[in-house]
Ligand binder design. Structure first.
Ligand code: ZN
Length: 201
């Protein structure tokens, strides 16, 4: 345990910052020092932004997204394609797809994936609500944007089975060569998935 170099208030700030993803103890120390030096133009606004967010954060009851309003900003956006529901595992995945700006529809956040080994079943996820939304007449397509892991694919199959009695088209993200990827560096699973998911040129 390194010796403390500052009073307990600053040491506590460093310890809390070190819990943030992507920040180890060294970057946390650097970030804390940066905040302390820039109290007026950074630390104070950050403190009030954290307080405001903390007071207002809610789960969207429609899609499971995290926001400061319910329905969330995405659900309330009138320019979204209401015929498409994009099913994601987590809010992080929703934000990632929004960063790409490629998904025109609305979302549904499951809050995890089915994982029999960890005891996570359908009732632990936001699935019942998904089935209800998929039955809304305006919904025509369900895009399963789930991770290409065993649990992600198990979940995708489970949801596909639930949609059998609906008219909704179920699609999933393509698996294959990443943009800018070189074939020689890809693993066999990715390569064979890319061959199976080939598209007309
Ligand atoms: Zn929402």
């Amino acid at each position: 345990m390194p010796r403390a170099v500052a009073g307990p208030e600053i040491e506590r700030l460093i310890q809390l910052l070190a819990r943030l993803p992507g920040l180890g103890p060294r970057s946390a120390r650097r970030a804390a020092l940066h905040l302390v030096r820039r109290r007026a133009d950074l630390m104070e606004p950050l403190t009030s932004a954290l307080r405001d967010a903390l007071d207002k954060i809610v789960l969207c009851r429609t899609c499971g997204n995290i926001d400061t309003r319910d329905p969330c900003t995405v659900c309330a956006d009138p320019t979204r394609d209401r015929s498409m529901l994009i099913v994601v595992e987590s809010v992080a995945d929703l934000w990632a797809l929004e960063r790409a700006g490629a998904a025109p529809g609305r979302y549904h956040v499951l809050g995890g994936t089915l994982s029999p080994l960890d005891g996570i079943g359908p009732d632990d996820l936001n699935i019942a609500n998904l089935v209800k939304r998929a039955h809304e007449p305006e919904v025509k397509e369900l895009v399963l944007a789930l991770n290409a892991t065993v649990d992600g694919q198990t979940t995708a199959h489970y949801i596909t089975d639930l949609m059998r009695d609906t008219e909704v088209k179920v699609t999933r993200l393509a698996h294959g060569v990443p943009v800018g990827g070189e074939l020689d560096y890809l693993d066999e699973g990715t390569l064979s998935a890319a061959i199976r998911s080939r598209t007309p040129f």
